[in-house]
Design a protein around this ligand. Structure first.
Ligand SMILES: [Zn+2]
Length: 309
């Protein structure tokens, strides 16, 4: 089979549910571009795909790239991959946008992952506690957290068998050796669904906005073997330092400077040993449960070690 014919078949497969076209139609279009206009075949394929996308009124992500691969949840570490997963619906959340039909958390024996089902996908409703084989979902990433999107090409099949959902929490025991920038009193974008941390009063997505204060620590915990990046939210920060969001705001107001909060936090936590438990999101562990440990802590030594990593 010729190269062009193979490409034509692939394109035809992607659109066969959406358009009344034959492989010959696609091949003719592609051959014209390649033979008459001397367009490289890959570029021709893109151009022909775009033509049919427009004709079908579809977005690129609506069509399958063909040959999605069955994966475990924990193996999803790249965006824009077409994959098949078998997972249980652990939780459903309220969609915050009309374009989303369902949003929630899926789990398989290896871990959990957020899913979004587009309203225009017109897929059947997933039930909490239900186990499904989801073929042809596309992966996405936001701030180091992966998710899967169910689109109009996704095939949903409910399964009879229950599956055990794995625990993807991490437990780290070690010394807090460093605190990264973006810790302390920060401001977040108030736009719905955004919550990005502002840089100089600006959101990457929404520009200049009136931010909302939040308190967090991005810490580095050394367990003697590895350095782990751990995020402590406002609640965890308060339990670690005794500084609440309100107190943090007051401290910043008194000093006319938000950096005093980070300085104070740093003083309280660096060199302290903790046992930290929480879910892993990308490279971060979110500290859900924190316990302070006592033990011989030589902060100076640890800092030297941390810097050498
Ligand atoms: Zn924003």
């Amino acid at each position: 089979m010729s190269d062009v014919r193979q490409h034509a078949e692939d394109i035809h497969d992607q659109f066969s549910d959406h358009l009344d076209i034959t492989v010959d139609d696609v091949e003719e279009r592609l051959t014209t571009l390649v033979d008459e206009y001397k367009v490289p075949v890959d570029e021709g394929r893109r151009s022909v795909t775009n033509h049919y996308l427009e004709e079908a009124g579809l977005e690129r992500e609506d069509i399958a790239r063909g040959g999605s691969e069955a994966v475990n949840v924990e193996d999803i570490d790249e965006e824009e991959q077409w994959v098949d997963i078998t997972a249980k619906v652990i939780e459903l959340w309220d969609p915050r946008s009309d374009s989303v039909a369902q949003v929630g958390l899926l789990g398989d024996p290896t871990g959990t992952i957020k899913f979004t089902k587009w309203a225009k996908s017109e897929l059947p409703s997933l039930e909490e506690g239900g186990v499904y084989e989801l073929r042809n979902v596309v992966t996405d990433e936001y701030q180091g957290r992966y998710s899967v999107k169910l689109n109009s090409t996704t095939v949903v099949e409910e399964l009879e068998d229950d599956i055990e959902v794995g625990d993807d929490t991490s437990e780290i025991e070690g010394a807090l050796v460093d605190m990264q920038s973006g810790s302390g009193l920060i401001k977040r974008c108030p736009e719905e669904d955004c919550t990005r941390v502002l840089q100089n009063g600006r959101c990457n997505e929404h520009g200049e906005v009136e931010g909302e204060f939040d308190l967090r620590i991005k810490g580095v915990v050394d367990d003697g073997i590895d350095a782990h990046e751990v995020i402590f939210d406002a609640e965890a920060t308060e339990s670690l330092t005794g500084i609440s969001l309100e107190e943090g705001k007051e401290m910043a107001m008194d000093a006319l400077d938000t950096t005093v909060v980070a300085d104070e936090i740093r003083e309280k936590i660096i060199g302290t040993y903790y046992r930290i438990e929480g879910p892993t999101f990308g490279r971060y562990v979110l500290a859900d449960d924190v316990e302070e440990l006592d033990g011989p802590v030589d902060a100076e030594q640890l800092l030297i070690k941390a810097r050498s990593m």
